[in-house]
Design a protein around this ligand. Structure first.
Ligand SMILES: [Zn+2]
Ligand SMILES: [Zn+2]
Length: 176
């Protein structure tokens, strides 16, 4: 049920929302702080632990940087996306999967973090050689001090789904 007017809520619901807001504000203040008690990326106090996604430029290999299970899962999803993207050959007219995978990251970042988007667009999926492409892509996260990995993983999944649906549509039009 959409809430149009806060005053329509009963006092119990209001108190609940106020608690949630308070919690969010506390979590916001912890973002970017290396602590054994909270997630470096979203500030959540839910089970922070060392992330083992293995992507150095996400910052999680630094000492005392911990991540909650949701951010760890987001790191892993991104690591998988990048793993595949870097394994595709340099883009050409026959195989542009590298460019498509990269575009999904850029388009998702556009809605989430202007700094990350700006850094990513300095990379060229068509022209950069394999090593430069991987280095530039990953360095963007460090340069932008990016933390919103959960939102980015969700955004990339949405972009990839939309791309698959569009590709299937195109395929059907070709074979018919
Ligand atoms: Zn987190
Ligand atoms: Zn990680």
């Amino acid at each position: 049920m959409p809430i149009n007017n806060v005053s329509e809520l009963n006092s119990e619901a209001r108190a609940h929302i106020e608690t949630l807001i308070e919690q969010l504000l506390v979590e916001q203040k912890r973002v970017g702080i290396a602590s054994p008690l909270s997630c470096f990326y979203c500030g959540s106090g839910n089970n922070p632990s060392q992330c083992t996604c293995g992507v150095k430029s996400f910052g999680c290999t630094q000492p005392f940087v911990n991540a909650c299970p949701d951010c760890v899962s987001a790191h892993r999803k991104l690591a998988r996306h990048f793993g595949k993207m870097f394994s595709f050959p340099k883009s050409n007219r026959v195989d542009s999967r590298r460019a498509a995978y990269f575009r999904h990251v850029v388009e998702a970042s556009e809605k989430i973090d202007a700094n990350l988007c700006r850094e990513l667009t300095k990379t060229d999926a068509w022209d950069d050689g394999d090593r430069v492409f991987a280095q530039r892509t990953l360095a963007s996260f460090r340069k932008a001090h990016f933390t919103k990995f959960q939102a980015l993983a969700r955004g990339i999944a949405e972009e990839s789904d939309a791309y698959i649906v569009k590709s299937i549509g195109r395929l059907f039009r070709t074979v018919r």
